[in-house]
Design a binder for this molecule. Structure first.
Ligand code: ATP
Length: 235
């Protein structure tokens, strides 16, 4: 197993956000976490990338404990986070934003190669490499956030609501990018409110409800599940 969280609990002060959540991310697979507002999806991703401390439970990467490590060390292990709302640096150029993704790396030649790869994958980022990031559209900013995460040379990409606020045609484009990235061997943990999209893309799915794990299974099975259809697919 590439990445696994075992019975993790996270609280914000006295507020318990997630309880006893177990998630397994196999090498090369897309795993999705769906659920309503406030279900704990973002908190789960933040726990996986070391941005919030665990109250209890364990997180392992390739069998080794990583909970308790700093967020930097977790990035260095190969876990990259594409945060909710993109969080790009608005006043920096596109290229500067991308280079921040590689700030821990000392393999300079490989960084230049990865930058060339990101530009090949996202031609619009190449065209706009010298432009300030805030001048880009929402879809371009999402691509920039993904490109920046790829610059850390990750094994697994944690993506928080990549479709949020984007027009359907751009959402399609982002979905294709996720599939391409995965086809090149990267594992993906995809958090989405857009359950239809998420269940289409993913191999495995987890459903969170008010901080608890409600359901889990192969994505196509959850897609056909009565409760999931009624609660998340509007069917
Ligand atoms: P959304 O889709 O709305 O982002 P989510 O499923 O990602 O929801 P979380 O953001 O993880 O859910 O929130 C889980 C619970 O933790 C919610 O009850 C939320 O109010 C609470 N929470 C989240 N962040 C904080 C915080 N910084 N301080 C206090 N409570 C928080």
């Amino acid at each position: 197993m590439l990445l696994e969280a075992e019975r993790i609990c996270v609280s914000y002060g006295k507020v318990s956000a997630i309880r006893d959540i177990t998630i397994r991310v196999p090498e090369g697979k897309i795993v999705t976490i769906i659920g309503g507002n406030g279900a704990g999806k973002t908190t789960t991703l933040r726990a996986l990338s070391g941005m919030v401390p665990l109250k209890s439970g364990e997180i392992r990467f390739l069998g080794k404990r990583i909970d308790g490590l700093s967020a930097d060390k977790i990035v260095a292990h190969g876990i990259a986070h594409v945060p909710e709302g993109r969080r790009i640096f608005p006043n920096m150029t596109v290229e500067e934003n991308l280079r921040t993704g590689a700030f821990l790396r000392r393999d300079h030649a490989a960084v230049e190669k990865d930058l060339a790869d990101v530009f090949a994958r996202f031609p619009r980022l190449k065209e706009r490499r010298g432009q300030r990031a805030q001048t880009m559209s929402g879809g371009e900013q999402q691509m920039l956030a993904i490109g920046r995460a790829l610059m850390s040379d990750p094994r697994v990409l944690l993506m928080d609501e990549p479709s949020m606020g984007l027009a359907p045609v751009i959402v399609e484009e982002i979905a294709q990018i996720i599939e391409e990235i995965n086809a090149r061997g990267l594992s993906v943990v995809l958090v989405e409110q857009n359950a239809e999209l998420a269940l289409e893309l993913a191999d495995m799915a987890y459903v969170l409800e008010t901080g608890n794990m409600a359901l889990e299974g192969p994505a196509h099975e959850l897609h056909d599940n009565e409760h999931v259809r009624a609660a998340y697919l509007g069917l």
